[in-house]
Design a protein around this ligand. Structure first.
Ligand SMILES: [Ca+2]
Length: 181
């Protein structure tokens, strides 16, 4: 019985080393325009999930057991038997100017591999500033999209989970939208 505390200490030690190694990546967070980009607080605000199909069942939460940075991530869970409708994840709009070049990047993983579209568009219009189809797997991976602004106004980053007939959890962490100089 005396060996148990030592074993627990060793396990805790190895966990904290792993956590440190994924936390140290080279990026200046001052450049990041995304609010709540690493989901280390209590809530999901200002992120929101929505679908134009009101029959789709999904929920958005903070997951305290999965992360790339810190200890938490954002998780979207699609539940039940759904049609192939789209579920979007989005955050607020950013003021942008014609000619600016941004990068939109994020880390993601999922319970069941799925195709997801990441994009940046001008809200309430058909103007796309960047668009990419990505394949999210069961391990954390980083994805990135170059964004070219062609009009003054606002832009919004969007994540389209596309096929709500594939249910399960999809996690996101370390989301960035920053200008390239
Ligand atoms: Ca995090």
């Amino acid at each position: 019985m005396k060996r148990l505390p030592l074993l627990v200490l060793l396990l805790l030690g190895s966990l904290s080393v792993n956590a440190l190694s994924v936390e140290t990546y080279d990026f200046d967070q001052e450049k990041n325009l995304v609010k709540n980009y690493d989901f280390e607080g209590l809530g999901v605000h200002p992120w929101r999930a929505f679908s134009e199909d009101s029959s789709i069942l999904f929920r958005v939460n903070i997951d305290q057991n999965e992360s790339v940075t810190g200890n938490q991530s954002l998780v979207v869970e699609i539940l039940g038997e759904n049609r192939q409708s789209e579920v979007f994840l989005a955050t607020g709009e950013f003021p942008v100017k014609k000619g600016q070049i941004f990068t939109f990047s994020l880390y993601a993983k999922t319970e069941k591999s799925r195709e997801v579209v990441i994009s940046v568009d001008k809200n309430y219009s058909k103007v796309d500033y960047g668009w990419k189809s990505i394949f999210i797997g069961t391990d954390w991976s980083e994805f990135s999209l170059p964004v070219y602004i062609t009009e003054d106004g606002t832009a919004e980053i969007k994540i389209n989970l596309r096929d709500a007939s594939i249910n399960g959890k999809v996690w996101f962490d370390a989301v960035r939208f920053y200008e390239e100089y």
